[in-house]
Design a protein around this ligand. Structure first.
Ligand code: BES
Ligand code: ZN
Length: 960
């Protein structure tokens, strides 16, 4: 810790600096930097402006050298880092580039003697030190001979700084490794990067970080693996400021007057959880039980009160998790910051959580109830990680599913605490279970758990951030918590957290602790937690459980959306699961049943007369259910006569199961369509939403065919009562329904009514939008804006589009901008859509963080579909290189633009696309290409087999 520097009081576990005033910094290093940048284009770059200690090594031929392996050797263990970074918030005058400079000393211990040091480093340029090398090595222990560096170089493929020594580092001894380096503060959303925004006509620059999963090495040389926990002493250099209570130390470096802020040391933590930010933001704060909570954002956003909702909810959610984990929040402060440019939704850096603006900022004038729910759940998700993930970290990325799956489950518990009236916990069924059923039913799916040795390269790690890890992880953990009971689940969780605090674990450690809780509690289970959960974690997919109510036979089978698809992946359990079944008979809950093996008989499940059996109550189980035809008939009858007898989540489930079983040819498509017949009486959100999600598939398959007309007629007929219901409830659209779910379903009513051409609805949308254009006063309720904007823009031309575009550019809250950005994709004018596609690759028009989602919006539009596909395949290599730092985006992009594919011709194009770009690659979208091919193949067959039936069914239903 530098003497004389003030240590910031609020303890910079992770660090934040507010930087006000002029940002003029001209730096002398820029020339060296530009030379080095040119060199870095080589695969392996010698460093320092031309003088190098080792000729470039070609890494094209695979070798078995330690520096060609992606995993660090285990012989050096970091203890702490002393890191000083200086981001320049104005571009270098000669190169025009934004850069940062840094110095770092890492103290590490040798656990096994070695003459080689490997430390991660990516896209950094090093100063050659007085010893002629890229680093200086000294000993912490006196009297120990420090080996000399023989050669040092950067191994860019595996992202290492490599130092070969002339002698051994001794076991048990500690050393200091010092480096001085420069990096680009690029707008690439990864590592130490730059975000920009306009304020009062002035461009402002923020220096911020996104380390997860493997970009800490882009900010400073580090042992960048989650198990290499260390303490970080961070100092930031920035322009002089006089705000915040922090007293900063003025210093002069290279004739520049700057300040240093020295943060208190972090806890022992992983590199991927670090964050530091220099910005000209404002904040609001409060303190809860000694924890200092702050919300940071652009000054006008804070002034407008947009951080208040997050501030009000953070305290209660934090308190909830302290109780849930039985562990107090490990840090003295909790900062959360909304960034104008941010790739993911939010990131759980320990003590400084970063968000995209839409995920943190709320304004009741602009934000919908859906925006509000996203904020509450995303805050809960990231706060959940403060313990699960940050305090206890999984040892390697192959267990990412447990980290993200867990947070994705308990985010609903945390959000429920913040908003107890919402029934938000039910929504995991739509948001996660249904979402992931769609991908986990493909033969190209994969198990939750991967082997450690199969996950090596950064791209393989990024690929793990998918729906399986998040949503299947959340679904199976919810099932586990349910069959253990929340009491036993939290008991095991608590001892797990306390055993591994500040350390690392593997997923079986959690099973071990849950088993201890099961044993202590005397819970009865058909097998150990380990054995039950292995069937859900180690094999891909999920079962369809079939209940024959005539015989009481219960059986299971791997559910495949395309029954003809070939499952080549072997399963250690032969695609059988240990299945917990909660069920009811004619409205009365029965005692739970466990299914093991292919099939078994449960006499209680026999049904007589008008009795019906309904299994998977509240969809806590991760499986689908099928019944004998008679029971289906009685369930359908129950739906149309007294649907309230069936719990609302299961009404949503009956629809979703039926549609998917039909796609898998297990039941008829007619039976599936029949589940929608009762909807004219349904007023609840979840069944409607489930039906709409399934009918979306029908839209995708048929909106270019003759089925479209009759389908529209049927759906208009079904939705009209719902539309009228809301018209009355809201007193002619002048009020907002009270309930959260009712507010959602009002949006469904309007969007389906407008989509199916209900004139009254379309007129409403057009009139409201026109009023806004005429008066420049937007009276449309935030809940309804997305759908109203979309329908109005779809029904009109360039004037309306241009108006919406200018509103988008001038929006003062990102939430409003996002609603407009998606609505702009609704136009039916091909030239507007093509121009909009061009905008997506121009960061001045559309921020990089929003590029892929905008392309997908355009592809969702039946007119935009082929335009978007042509655009993506023509520019693939450009998109891939420009936006390669992303995490979720490529899989979303590929799945998004190919969703409608259902012809041989489209399948050929897709295969060609795969072949043409084999060299460039698909990064985190690799799996998505195969999923798209599988989906297209299934769609082609489905249309051939179903089109006529579906057409007839819609015709029959509308003629009667
Ligand atoms: N750790 C992730 C953020 C992340 C994702 C970093 C991918 C790097 C690559 C964070 O905890 C997260 O899961 N965020 C989600 C939000 C959540 C509510 C599902 C996100 O960003 O969408
Ligand atoms: Zn997460």
């Amino acid at each position: 810790m530098g003497k004389g520097f003030y240590i910031s009081k609020p303890v910079g576990i992770v660090s934040i600096i507010l930087c006000a005033g002029a940002l003029a910094t001209i730096i002398a290093l820029s020339v060296v930097y530009s030379e080095e940048k040119a060199k870095n284009n080589n695969q392996v770059s010698p460093t320092d402006g031309g003088t190098t200690s080792k000729p470039p090594v070609t890494t094209l031929a695979p070798s078995n050298e330690p520096w060609d392996k992606y995993r660090l050797p285990k012989n050096l263990v970091p203890d702490h880092y002393n890191l000083t970074l200086w981001p320049r918030l104005t571009p270098d005058l000669t190169t025009g580039l934004y850069i940062f400079t840094g110095e770092s000393t890492v103290e590490f211990e040798t656990t096994e003697e070695t003459d080689l040091i490997l430390i991660h480093s990516s896209k950094l340029n090093y100063t050659i030190l007085e010893n002629g090398h890229l680093a200086r090595l000294t000993s912490v222990n006196s009297g120990v001979r420090v080996p000399l560096i023989k050669v040092s170089w950067l191994q860019s493929v595996t992202q290492y700084l490599v130092l070969q020594l002339d002698g051994k580092l001794m076991t048990g001894h500690r050393y200091h490794l010092y480096t001085k380096f420069t990096g680009e503060l690029a707008d690439d959303l990864g590592g130490f990067y730059r975000s920009e925004y306009m304020e009062d006509g002035v461009k402002k620059v923020v220096a911020t970080t996104q380390m997860q999963p493997t970009d800490a090495r882009k900010a400073f040389p580090c042992f960048d693996e989650p198990a290499m926990k260390a303490i970080f002493y961070i100092t930031l250099i920035h322009d002089p400021i006089e705000i915040m209570k922090i007293k900063n130390i003025p210093v002069t470096i290279d004739n520049q007057h700057v300040q240093k802020t020295v943060f208190e040391p972090t806890e022992k933590m992983s590199t991927y959880l670090l964050a530091f930010i220099v910005s000209d933001f404002d904040f609001i704060n409060n303190t809860i039980d000694g924890v200092w909570i702050r919300i940071f954002a652009r000054k006008p956003a804070i002034a407008a009160g947009q951080g208040e909702y997050a501030l009000n909810k953070t305290g209660p959610i934090l308190k909830f998790f302290e109780k849930y984990y039985n562990s107090s929040y490990p840090l003295p402060k909790s900062d959360q910051i909304a960034l104008p440019d941010f790739n993911a939704g939010a990131m759980e850096n320990w003590g400084l959580i970063t968000y995209r603006e839409t995920a943190l900022l709320y304004d009741k004038e602009f934000s919908s109830n859906s925006n509000k729910q996203r904020i509450a759940t995303i805050i809960a998700h990231e706060l959940a990680h403060m313990w699960f993930g940050n305090l206890v970290t999984l040892r390697w990325w192959n267990d990412l599913w447990l980290n993200e799956g867990f947070a994705s489950y308990v985010e609903y518990l945390g959000a429920h605490e913040a908003e107890p009236d919402w029934n938000v916990k039910d929504l995991i069924v739509l948001g996660d279970v249904h979402r992931v059923f769609a991908v986990d039913a493909l033969a190209s799916s994969h198990p939750l758990s991967s082997k450690e040795e199969d996950i090596q390269k950064p791209a393989q790690i990024s690929e793990l951030f998918d729906a399986i890890s998040y949503s299947k992880g959340a679904s199976v953990l919810r099932m586990l918590s349910d069959f253990l009971t929340e009491e036993v689940f939290t008991m095991g969780l608590r001892t797990y957290l306390s055993e591994f605090a500040f350390g690392n674990a593997v997923y079986t450690d959690l099973w071990k602790h849950l088993q201890m809780a099961v044993d202590a509690n005397g819970t009865e289970l058909p097998d150990t937690v380990h054995n039950i959960m292995n069937t859900w974690v180690l094999q891909m997919g999920f079962p369809v459980v079939t209940i024959d109510t005539k015989t009481g036979v219960v059986s299971q089978k791997h559910f495949l959306l395309d029954p003809d698809s070939e499952v080549t992946a072997p399963s250690p359990f032969n695609y059988e699961w240990i299945v917990p079944i909660k069920w009811m008979k004619t409205g009365a809950v029965q005692s739970p049943y466990w299914l093991r093996g292919k099939s078994a008989t449960n006499d209680a499940m026999k049904a007589l007369g008008t009795e019906w059996v309904l299994a998977n109550l509240n969809v806590v189980g991760y499986y689908r259910v099928n019944y004998d035809e008679e029971n289906w008939g009685r369930l359908l009858n129950g739906l149309s006569t007294n649907h309230q007898l069936i719990p609302v989540i299961n009404r949503a489930q009956l629809v979703d199961d039926a549609f998917n079983l039909a796609r898998a040819k297990i039941i008829s498509t007619v039976l599936a369509l029949n589940t929608t017949k009762y909807l004219d009486k349904e007023r609840e959100y979840m069944p409607w939403e489930s039906a709409l999600n399934n009918l979306d598939f029908f839209y995708l398959m048929f909106d270019r065919s003759e089925v479209y007309g009759p389908m529209q007629d049927y759906l208009r007929k079904q939705v009209t009562p719902l539309f009228n219901y809301y018209k009355t409830l809201t007193e002619n659209w002048s009020k907002v329904p009270d309930g959260h779910m009712d507010q959602y379903n009002q949006v469904n009513a309007i969007s389906l009514a407008c989509r199916t051409g209900l004139e009254e609805c379309q007129n409403l949308a057009k009139t409201w939008f026109k009023q806004w254009m005429d008066t420049n006063n937007n009276q449309i309720h935030p809940n309804l804006r997305s759908t109203v904007y979309c329908n109005a823009i779809a029904a009109s031309g360039a004037n309306e589009w241009e108006f919406a575009w200018s509103q988008f550019k001038n929006a003062t809250i990102a939430t409003e901008a996002d609603k407009l950005r998606s609505a702009l994709a609704c136009t039916k004018q091909p030239w507007l859509l093509n121009r909009y596609l061009e905008y997506t690759l121009d960061p001045k028009m559309i921020r990089k963080q929003d590029a892929t989602s905008t392309i997908v919006y355009i592809a969702n539009n039946v007119i935009g579909q082929s335009l978007a596909w042509d655009f993506v395949r023509a520019r693939w290599s450009y998109i891939f290189t420009q936006y390669g730092g992303g995490s979720f985006s490529f899989s979303n992009l590929i799945n998004g633009v190919t969703k409608r594919f259902s012809t041989e011709f489209e399948l050929q194009q897709l295969k060609q696309f795969k072949e043409d770009n084999a060299e460039v690659g698909f990064g985190s979208g690799t799996l998505a290409v195969d999923q798209s091919i599988e989906r297209t193949t299934a769609n082609i067959k489905w249309i051939a087999e179903n089109k006529q039936n579906v057409l007839n069914w819609f015709r029959d239903e509308t003629n009667t």
